[in-house]
Design a binder for this molecule. Structure first.
Ligand SMILES: NC(=O)C1=CN([C@@H]2O[C@H](COP(=O)(O)OP(=O)(O)OC[C@H]3O[C@@H](n4cnc5c(N)ncnc54)[C@H](O)[C@@H]3O)[C@@H](O)[C@H]2O)C=CC1
Ligand SMILES: O=C(O)/C=C/C=C(\O)C(=O)O
Length: 480
């Protein structure tokens, strides 16, 4: 059976406790491996390895560090098929999605930050005849990168790449539900020439390895992605030690369609923004608001395309909806579907678990689900479900829809559809969301700030924002 060990100081090591967690393929319900169930002793060993590697790594010129990250990007491209298969097996996502989205983006993360470090210039401020100030950015030190199960390698590398580019050494913990591609990355990082201890990958549960990592006094900054409750817990632990925090948390994102939009394109993209990765992307638009004159037309076209989303074996080329990540998560999503019924919602599509014949009989599959007739303030429209469940609501005025869009505790992303550019800018400015897409969704430019407002997080990732996060600014003032 596949055994996934920790990668510490350039070596593969079993966990100090000798305990392992099962690794399950959500599409079959079968255990296909076991992963280290690490604890404080493993974390301490990894932090020590990272601390020992830090002086050498931070002393390298940025272009030298960048060269190794670009090499890592090339190795990910080379191993695209192996990594995509591992991601699909671990997470249940369609293989085609892993091939075209997850793994290429992981390579782009390293390629982007490998070169970005060279463009991260020192700032200077001159006070004519008085003083010259220049601001140097030093790597913050040893940092923790903690990532979730929904986009495993994509989000793991989105944190690790800027940290390494900035000159930090990393102790990274992938989700215990999806550790396989992080394990494969350990091997690739060695091949790319990362010195031992620069990148350490420790596996284990959130309360075990994750908590020990956040608590460790040798960690100076923490970058975390996923649930708001977990983010709050991490913030409570980190605050008394004054660690830097970047938290990318939950979302309950609105998707606004105005009557003048390109309806065909809005429908097609809304299918993606609702159900891509089985709705398990924090940016998915789970609350769809449609201006009343086009409500019935949108509903008919949208439902027609929902019916065509084949739920099936992630390895089949025709599959559009793979498995939900775990049985526990499937149960959680089903409980929200029950809640939607109880709240008086009308089920327009889906709503049931699916049994996929053949090797996937015991997998965790769910129909893409659409409700209408639910109040904007009901729990289904307020809480993050993180699955293939969306609600449709008609609206009459811009003022009304902006209030509904902003009427949750979250503020991660929003999408709006209109041909009226003046309205697009006006509405975008009013939306409480860190990322607003106009007439598109999940269009990413890695230079842009990425993150949420309100309970969706603290700080921004991406581009120079990420390099700033992983560095400490030091100003030097020279009298002229
Ligand atoms: N078994 C399942 O199906 C699970 C589903 N979920 C879903 O994900 C949502 C968010 O849950 P999260 O735990 O935030 O996401 P998550 O389970 O994806 O955790 C993200 C990362 O944080 C780590 N982590 C968890 N607790 C930690 C802590 N105290 N300190 C440091 N790291 C920690 C995890 O090990 C993982 O690497 C839930 O509302 C639920 O919908 C979460 C956990 C398990
Ligand atoms: O950076 C991106 O393109 C996507 C980020 C997605 C998440 O953070 C998420 O789904 O949790």
């Amino acid at each position: 059976m596949l055994q996934l060990h920790n990668f510490i100081g350039g070596e593969f090591l079993p966990p100090a406790s000798g305990s392992y967690l099962p690794v399950v393929n959500p599409a079959t319900g079968q255990v296909f491996g076991q992963v280290a169930d690490s604890g404080p002793a493993d974390i301490d060993r990894a932090v020590q390895a990272a601390t020992a590697a830090l002086p050498g790594w931070r002393a390298l010129p940025p272009e030298e560090r960048g060269r190794r990250l670009v090499k890592l990007a090339e190795l990910i491209d080379r191993d695209l098929e192996t990594l995509a298969r591992a991601e699909s097996e671990d997470n249940g996502k369609p293989l085609a999605l892993a091939r075209t989205l997850d793994i290429p983006r992981a390579a782009s993360n390293f390629a982007f930050f490998g070169t970005a470090a060279q463009h991260f210039a020192t700032e200077a401020h001159v006070q004519e005849g008085l003083a010259l100030n220049y601001t140097v950015r030093h790597p913050v030190g040893v940092v923790a990168c903690i990532s979730p199960w929904n986009l495993p390698l994509y989000l793991f590398t989105w944190k690790i790449a800027p940290a390494l580019a900035a000159g930090c050494c990393v102790v990274a913990k992938p989700s215990e539900l999806t550790p396989y591609t992080a394990y494969l990355l350990s091997e690739l990082s060695r091949e790319a020439g990362l010195p031992p201890g620069v990148l350490n990958i420790v596996h284990g549960s959130g309360p075990g390895a994750g908590q020990a990592l956040v608590e460790h006094p040798g960690i100076r900054a923490i970058s975390f992605t996923r649930g708001t409750a977990t983010g709050a817990r991490i913030a409570r632990t980190a605050a008394p030690q004054f660690k830097k925090l970047s938290l990318e948390l939950g979302g309950k994102n609105p998707n606004l369609l105005f009557a003048d939009c390109d309806l065909a394109e809005a429908v097609q993209t809304s299918i993606r923004s609702s159900f891509a990765n089985q709705g398990q992307i924090c940016l998915c638009g789970s609350r769809i608001f449609v201006e009343r004159p086009i409500y019935e037309a949108f509903k008919a076209a949208f439902l027609a395309q929902v019916r065509e989303l084949t739920v099936g074996d992630p390895l089949e080329a025709t599959t559009r909806q793979g498995a939900i990540v775990s049985e526990a998560h499937l149960r959680k999503i089903l409980s929200y579907i029950e809640l939607a019924h109880q709240a008086g919602g009308q089920l327009l599509a889906g709503g049931r678990q699916v049994q996929v014949p053949g090797r996937c009989t015991n997998g965790y599959f769910l129909e893409p689900t659409v409700f209408e007739g639910l109040a904007p303030d009901c729990r289904v429209n307020q809480e993050e479900i993180f699955g293939p469940v969306v609600t449709l609501t008609p609206f009459d005025t811009e003022e009304e829809v902006v209030a509904w869009a902003n009427g949750t505790d979250y503020g991660l992303s929003a999408t709006l559809w209109t041909r009226d550019l003046t309205r697009a800018h006006r509405v975008a400015q009013q939306l409480q969301a860190g990322v607003v897409w106009v007439n598109t969704w999940l269009h990413r430019d890695l230079r842009t700030p990425f993150g949420g407002m309100k309970n969706s997080g603290v700080g921004r990732e991406g581009g120079l924002e990420a390099l700033r996060f992983f560095t400490e600014a030091q100003n030097v003032c020279v009298k002229l």
